[in-house]
Design a protein around this ligand. Sequence first.
Ligand SMILES: [Zn+2]
Ligand SMILES: [Zn+2]
Length: 369
Amino acid sequence: MRQRASISLFHGAGQPFELCERNIPTPNTDEVLVQVSLATICGSDLHTCTGRRTAPTPCVLGHEAVGRIAAPTEVRDAYGEPLHEGDRVTWSIMAACGQCEYCNKRNLPQKCERLFKYGHAQSAAPHFFNGGFAEQICLRPGTAIYRIPDTVSDVEAAPLNCALSTVLGGLTTLEPVEGYSAVVQGAGMLGIYAACCLRERGFEIVACVDRVAERLRVAEAFGATHTFNLSKDSATEIGDALHDLTGGRGVDYAVEVSGAAAALVNSLDWVGVGGSCLTLGYVFPHADVTIDAHQIVTKCLTVRGNHNYHPSVLGDALRFVEETRDRYPFEDLVGAVYPLVEIDAAFDRALQGDLIRVGINPTVEGDAF
Ligand SMILES: [Zn+2]
Ligand SMILES: [Zn+2]
């Protein structure tokens, strides 16, 4: 077994990543050591590296990740099956204690009182291997680990444990409706996943709203039936169009994944009587929004927020992609992959905003693609 492995350290907004090596720990019997084969840069990694939210430093960022188990283990997967060295796996973005009020009584292990989140913790002795932008990661007890089906590629699987699981977890909190209408605000990774999830649930109208035309084109390939560009059409014009599309009622679901302050205002405007507004995008502090709460009352609305996800949802996410990958070009969502030594360039590329996802492959030395 190798003695040392590379990690990238985030030291604070505006500073370059530091690449260094650390001794690989011998995993305890309840831990799993994984050789990372792909980690994608999530929007929250970008929030951290631009200073929109803080992280304890130094920190190995990256939580959307896949890899192969790198050492013998006695740990079992989320279904209770034994795991083996060499298995290709993904895992919940967090580890929960299984014993606290939220874990035991409220079915919210994602809000565990002792929650640990990969890619958000300080990299310090003895836990250096906490994040995905590193050759290896050490998975802790309380992590839900899933084997990846052979038919699902690393590129398809890496964003599932954050982006798709967040969307699926959020949608399951809403009152089910069949075959009706939804608007999705934000056509990044979450919005695109939301579009195809809603289409697969039989929604007849899935409108996507963004300011970037290229993202809206991608959304069309993922089931968006209508797209609106906020840099061309006003919120009022989009609302009028949605009313026309829904016989004057307004949409059944308004799903906000953009984090834009106006998106919640728009959701309340665009949703119809008895509808649901799901908000997932405000994952940074001080997302102050002024709303007309009169609409919540008089339209009998449900407004739901959701953060992280129940670990079982990651199993649903893997199944969703396995079953629908013939219908949607999931592989195209990762527009570029960089080796770990080029992590600064990878973040610069991701910050340009035109690619849905940028990946980092820590196991290749030179150019990836
Ligand atoms: Zn994420
Ligand atoms: Zn707990």
